[in-house]
Design a protein around this ligand. Sequence first.
Ligand SMILES: Cc1cc2nc3c(=O)[nH]c(=O)nc-3n(C[C@H](O)[C@H](O)[C@H](O)COP(=O)(O)OP(=O)(O)OC[C@H]3O[C@@H](n4cnc5c(N)ncnc54)[C@H](O)[C@@H]3O)c2cc1C
Length: 284
Amino acid sequence: MLNNYYHATAKVAFEADVLGGDQSVDVAIIGGGITGVSAALHLAEQGFSVALLEAHEIGWGASGRNGGQALPGFGASMHKIHQLVGAEAARRLWDMSVEAVDLLHAQIARFNIPADPVRGYLHAAIKPRHVRDLKLEQEELASYGAPVGRLLEGAELRARLNSPRYLAALEDNISGHIHPYNYTLGLAKAAQTAGARLYARAKVSHVEPGATLTLQAGGHEIRAKYLLVAGGAYLGGLLSGIAGYIMPVGTYIMATEPRDDVAALIPGNEAVADLNFVLDYFRR
Ligand SMILES: Cc1cc2nc3c(=O)[nH]c(=O)nc-3n(C[C@H](O)[C@H](O)[C@H](O)COP(=O)(O)OP(=O)(O)OC[C@H]3O[C@@H](n4cnc5c(N)ncnc54)[C@H](O)[C@@H]3O)c2cc1C
């Protein structure tokens, strides 16, 4: 069991299913993070029988331990994406990413998930070059029809983000933040209610391909017509076709002790991130 801020503030009572024997399903899913549980929910709602297999507990991986920032876009600027795939595909990718954030908020509302959703984000410059980049970003996002906000500087910036570290910030009301562990557990509960079986402490140790796939997990055999692999960075060598694409990258978050002044530091409760490639990002 993990011991961290998110676990200490978990509000969803979720009980995983117990894998007590062999079974056959339409879809087997490896991994109980947001990818796996969200897929389990949508597949179960479409009438598929689903067995999700999680090695530890639901939300044990990155989904239950991340920064909670819920943003559209990708790990590169839309300018770069445009260069890579062309205008038409770039627009579709942007729209898809906005839809993903909207879906997240819609699911929180639909299943009444106590994930403390907040819309509001400040993309903050710490170098003069970043200020120029933010102006480009503002134009670029406006060209995608995004309701981008203003570029904040000087006293106006300081009133929203009370730190001398930042030179400017672009406000954005699509992005925001959530409690990711409660979100993951809330989705898991919704998936279970929709009929999916979510097994914890059920590490998949072997996958035998074939017209019907056979998985070994927790001493039992699961046969499935389809397999969704949602094990993320923890898959290790399970699937040889994927193993070569996994490499170790360290990324960390921490919670401070409670601070009385935190509301005065970010009065609008936005998520904040700087523009560095290896970035700092934070929220109340
Ligand atoms: C420190 C940190 C901060 C981050 N901050 C943000 C952020 O602010 N905003 C954002 O959007 N993203 C953030 N991310 C990224 C985000 O957390 C991930 O992209 C997302 O959670 C991936 O979800 P997932 O379901 O694909 O994988 P995971 O949540 O990692 O779940 C994979 C699960 O698969 C299980 N598994 C693996 N192999 C097996 C097996 N053989 N059998 C059974 N189960 C198995 C693992 O136990 C694990 O629980 C952050 C990531 C980290 C690490």
